[in-house]
Write a protein that binds this ligand. Structure first.
Ligand SMILES: [Zn+2]
Length: 207
């Protein structure tokens, strides 16, 4: 997947998934695949500079390993969401195993956030209808309207920035707090935050 905007058709096919939010003046930044002991703190410092809050979709095995980074994230006013325990691809995983992975990841959340977690994002955006049905009552399934593409090795960074400048109020944007995305992220995120701030956007957690 290159940097892209989610087509309206896809949003219509899966109306029970959340692709964007209704808002007058907010953007919803999200970071997937962390926490990471180096990348996540770098993002947190940058977000502080813009008084921005964001939602971090964490992988359980990283939460277990870098627990303190996740605690810092919450203490600095951000929100965590579930991204499975081992970053499973829903299309290739039996529904029972998929749910088990999500519930295992969730046990780690309760410790960190001291409250029930109700946000889930499927890794790769790949989730079966049977999995959606099972999860719908307990979770809000958060997709995205804009994908930065920061995980791509040969990303055209300026193209990604141009695409991200086309966000509108209520857009949900995906970045990654992992090692392979870090170089791209360092180029994209500061430029975008500067641009969005100049347009007076607020940056809110998904509530
Ligand atoms: Zn992911």
């Amino acid at each position: 997947m290159s940097p892209n905007q989610t087509p309206d058709l896809i949003k219509k096919i899966y109306p029970s998934l959340i692709w964007e939010k209704k808002s007058q003046d907010e953007l919803f930044l999200t970071f997937d695949d962390g926490p990471h002991p180096e990348v996540t703190p770098w993002i947190l410092d940058l977000l502080d500079h813009y008084q921005a809050k964001a939602t971090f979709f964490c992988v359980g095995e990283n939460l277990a390993q870098f627990n303190q980074t996740a605690i810092d994230t919450v203490n600095r006013g951000h929100k965590l969401g579930n991204h499975t325990n081992h970053h499973e691809n829903g299309w290739k995983t039996k529904t029972r195993e998929y749910l088990k992975s999500i519930y295992e990841c969730n046990e780690l959340f309760t410790e960190i956030q001291r409250r029930k977690n109700e946000l889930f994002r499927p890794p790769y955006g790949r989730i079966k209808r049977s999995q959606i049905l099972e999860l719908k009552s307990d979770y809000r399934i958060i997709m995205w309207s804009h994908l930065a593409g920061d995980f791509k090795k040969k990303l055209d960074v300026s193209k990604s920035i141009r695409m991200l400048k086309k966000t509108r109020p209520g857009s949900i944007i995906v970045f990654h707090d992992n090692e392979k995305s870090f170089e791209n992220l360092k180029a994209i995120l500061p430029a975008c935050l500067e641009h969005w701030s100049s347009l007076n956007y607020k940056f809110s957690v998904i509530s």
